[in-house]
Design a protein around this ligand. Structure first.
Ligand SMILES: [Zn+2]
Ligand SMILES: [Zn+2]
Length: 347
């Protein structure tokens, strides 16, 4: 099969993904589906794997954890999906089901998880496998290309919104002020959920032309440069950019009692900051992965709103170019690799 493989982590400008046409088609285990991949979204996490900020766990590895495809075959056990059915595959590939986090419905914190496109092969390839219990049926109304960014950017944005605590305690979302720092794939989905719920959204991003224009188009109350102070105190904020220096800036923009959520799997070091920035019962927390429940709830809400994803497409063999563009803020909305141009036509 055609696939892009990473042999050694290195700066993405060195084009470390190797395109091959003779990679082996994976065999589904008893509880797995074999998925014929149509499209696969790219994510900042893919960059962290390529560049070694997440240590190599499988070599070589096929990246990609926002897979849209169709069930080609199933393992020995009945899987709950029909052959040909459209499915999505996300970052959380498999959990142990036994550890104290799994047993407490907090499987995103599992002590021995597998992750798609990092510890097991992902979707920068024609075929991928997924445990049937971790595959998502996808709502109609999204083309394959539009559905791909929902599977990580979308779900993580959804979970980040939940961790802000906004809307809890019967206060509702109407008029709450949410800050979003970094406006790539996750930000552009997150703002649509927040706006639909009734929040005012303040967007801060270093890239002005594409990102701030898209934020305005999607209903941002205000847009500004990286770390620029919004004109109103925020009830909560989410940092999607992997830049630790934004933490003090975002804390400084929070109102008393506000929560700052860090949405990335990797971030540069957070500089020290004066205690007054976090005093006043402000808090900082990270998002780690997501539960399958998050994924199902998000997909239902995305279909209801409905969320519209803005995608820039690249053919599979140009995965290196796609990741370079992502690294340099050159993608408007989300980047998606077209693996099968028949099921994922770009026009
Ligand atoms: Zn577990
Ligand atoms: Zn991701």
């Amino acid at each position: 099969m055609r696939a892009c493989l990473l042999d050694h982590p290195s700066p993405v400008e060195m084009r470390p993904l190797r395109y091959a046409e003779d990679a082996a088609v994976p065999e589904p285990a008893d509880d797995e589906l074999l998925v014929r991949v149509s499209a696969c979204g790219i994510c900042r996490t893919d960059l962290h794997v390529v560049e070694g900020e997440l240590p190599a766990r499988l070599t070589p590895v096929i990246l990609g954890h926002q897979i849209v495809g169709r069930v080609e075959a199933t393992g020995a056990r009945p899987a709950g999906f029909d052959l040909g059915e459209r499915v999505g595959v996300a970052w959380l590939h498999r959990t142990c089901g036994l550890c104290r986090f799994c047993r407490a419905c907090r499987e995103n914190l599992c002590e021995s998880p597998h992750f798609t496109g990092w510890t097991v092969n992902g979707g920068f390839s024609e075929y991928a496998t997924v445990p049937a219990a971790f595959a998502y049926p996808l709502p109609e109304g999204f083309s394959d290309l539009q559905a791909a960014p929902l599977l990580c950017a979308g779900i993580i944005g959804y979970r980040a919104l939940r961790l802000t605590g906004l809307g809890e305690g019967g206060n509702g979302w109407a008029g709450v002020r949410l800050g979003i720092y970094g406006f790539g794939a996750a930000g552009h989905v997150c703002i649509q959920l927040a706006r639909a719920r009734g929040a005012e959204v303040y967007v801060s991003t270093r890239e002005r032309q594409r990102h701030q224009a898209l934020a305005s188009e999607l209903g941002a109350t205000w847009t500004g440069g990286a770390g620029e102070e919004p004109p109103a105190k925020l009830d909560a904020a989410i940092i999607f950019a992997p830049a630790g220096e934004l933490v003090p800036a975002a804390l400084g923009a929070l109102d008393r009692g506000g929560t700052l959520v860090l949405g990335g799997i990797h971030m540069s070091d957070v500089p020290s900051f004066p205690y007054r920035l976090i005093y006043g019962e402000r808090s900082v927390r990270s998002v780690a992965n997501n539960t399958r429940e998050d994924g199902r709830e998000f997909l239902a809400e995305a279909a209801r709103v409905p969320v519209r994803t803005y995608v820039e497409t690249f053919p599979l063999e140009r995965a290196n170019d796609a990741l370079v563009a992502l690294k340099h803020d050159a993608i408007r909305g989300a980047g998606v690799l077209v693996v099968d141009p028949v099921t994922a036509p770009t026009h």
